[in-house]
Design a protein. Sequence first.
Length: 537
Amino acid sequence: MLYQIKNGIVRYGADTIIENINFEIRNTEKIAVVGRNGCGKTTLFKLIAGMISLDNLDSDEDSGIYKAGKLSIGYLQQISFDDEETTVEEELLKVYDPLREMEKKLDQLCILMETNQSKEVMDKYSKTLEMYEKNGGYSYRCEIDTVVTKFGFDLSDLKRPIKSFSGGQRTKLAFAKLLLTKPDIMLLDEPTNHLDLPTIEWLEKYLKQYPKAIVIISHDRMFLDKLAEVTYEIEHRRISRYQGNYSAFVKQKRINWEKQQKDYIMQQKEIARLTEIYEKFKNHPTKVSMARSKLKQIEHMDIIEAPQKYDLKTFHANFVPRRESGQEVVKVKRLLIGYDKPLCEVSFELRKGQRLAIIGENGLGKSTLLKTLVGQQRALGGSFSFGFQVDYGYFDQQLAQKSYDRTVLEDFCDEFPDMPMSEVRNALGCFLFTQDNVNKKPSQLSGGEKVRLSLAKIMKKRPNLLILDEPTNHMDIIGKETLEDMIMNYSGTVLLVSHDRYFVQKIATSLLVFKEGEVKYYPYGYQEYEMKLSVKK
């Protein structure tokens, strides 16, 4: 056992965040932690990382945190850069300071051996060299290069100061540093956010082979399916352990709930039967003893509680397009997309009812293509056209996260000035903006709430073509499943960019793949694409 929380409880003021915490990390386990946004997943991570403490129990139960020796725990939020003037290379090399000290020692011993070849000096050199090799002395610079390039950086970026990178790039650099640090327990909070598919796939392989323990918070279901060996769920302020990956957890949770429900109903029937016998014979002199025995049977039962309902609260997004489009929805012919210079050339046709997913590496033009189609970016060559009666609704991942001065209610009313207030309230309520929530300002909205508001405005316009740029970012799993169901039941046409493979696999009927400067169209979904790709390999 590496790490254990026993009978823990965490409170913020008078509010209990999680209770009855029984959590274990064993050996090299790869553990997933799942649950709704705000359920306490990040609180659990902060507890493991030592950033917060357990509260005292109200009972005499044994509780506490137990660790095996001096564990190193790496948490991405804890990794920061002391001096952002330093270069990326200098910062990452700090991870290998012990090896670099050994290098200095080996150099010194080499110089010493030129004049002193005693057994003592030779033994010291031999032992130091053995330790240096054992700890990866000959491979650590290659390891730095690999991790940095896999996160989308060029080797020339190693010489740049950290301050010259954007906030998102600095987060990636911090993540790279965490991987290179190789802690005994690695805590990863949404590690696949903002990573493209090739990087996610590389990260999966890296973490699978990682020889120590990993705990992951993620809404990426395919990532969890491929990596997790154990799944903990936080729901209704309680934490439960399930053996297996995300899909195994979903199946086991359903089985457990159905069994508890069945056992609860059977026990309630038995209690009712025994109570009825007692009430019937309690006043019969010859039956009193028998009647009382029925009461005792009830008293000695281990009472089974009714299982709590799943926390499935989510938005409602079923809608019908205002009008039907023609069969040809979008036609793109040798379209050159980019800014100062072309990123790539794109050709495809989108037919009515089709769901086309755009996937591939970051920086190759996926979002630029969408911006070009909706007129936010000028085409550099080629042509595109929309078909008969095509009304599109465009979801922009960046615009959805921008702040504005209006409240949720004011922002929605600006979009639909002639809409009656009752209809406005109803539309917002479908996307979980109810009562005082509609008076929230941008600073009070979570990333997921901003996405819901943007989708609410799009759906209310009832377009027959949805153009979606990373719509599942900031959504929890229930939200993603809701959006999946909505799109699957949608009678219109869909063009979307996404790095969420599970989402793409369920939604897409065809693919547009951006890879190494070229764009290819595939008339089938993600699962078939993956199968054909693996055969080629």
